[in-house]
Design a protein around this ligand. Structure first.
Ligand code: ZN
Length: 162
């Protein structure tokens, strides 16, 4: 007959983590880590991927850590600014390149650069859309660390979806 320890009793009450904020708090990643995650279309909080249902439809929460991307209503307007800034940057580069080409070859036509600019204006915002979202998420998370209630909500969401 073996001696039995009775320490693995079931139904051991688990203390709600809400009582211990320090245990639930987390050290946020650094700015550059978060931005790199955003640039790779990944969750700024945990680095997890597969955050999109389609190219333009982002899941409400990170499937890996439960982080809710839209932290307040209208939050993703920032993503449009990121997208806009990148598109404008590319158009600006196009203009600079055209000026450089025109300097060397005064006969260079205007049609090709205009076509390139038009394609950029249409394609860049679509191609960059999911990246703009995760980049904006990273910027926001880096500027505003998660509140304890967000951490707890993320954790609860993960538990529910298990
Ligand atoms: Zn995550």
């Amino acid at each position: 007959m073996q001696h039995h320890h009775r320490r693995d009793r079931p139904e051991e009450p688990i203390l709600p983590d809400e009582l211990d904020p320090d245990a639930a708090a987390e050290a946020p990643a650094t700015w550059d880590v978060m931005l790199k995650r955003g640039l790779r279309k990944r969750c700024p909080r945990c680095g997890g991927g597969h955050l999109f249902r389609s190219w333009v439809r982002m899941k409400e929460r990170c499937p890996h850590c439960g982080f809710k991307f839209e932290r307040e209503p209208g939050f993703f307007i920032g993503a449009y600014f990121v997208n806009f800034a990148v598109t404008e940057g590319l158009l600006f580069i196009t203009v600079i390149l055209f000026v450089a080409v025109k300097n060397n070859n005064p006969d260079a036509g205007l049609i090709l650069p205009l076509v390139i600019a038009a394609v950029i204006a249409v394609v860049a915002p679509i191609a960059g859309y999911p990246f703009a979202r995760t980049i904006w998420s990273a910027i926001d998370l880096a500027m505003t660390p998660l509140e304890l209630d967000e951490i707890l909500a993320a954790r609860d969401h993960l538990r529910e979806s298990c």
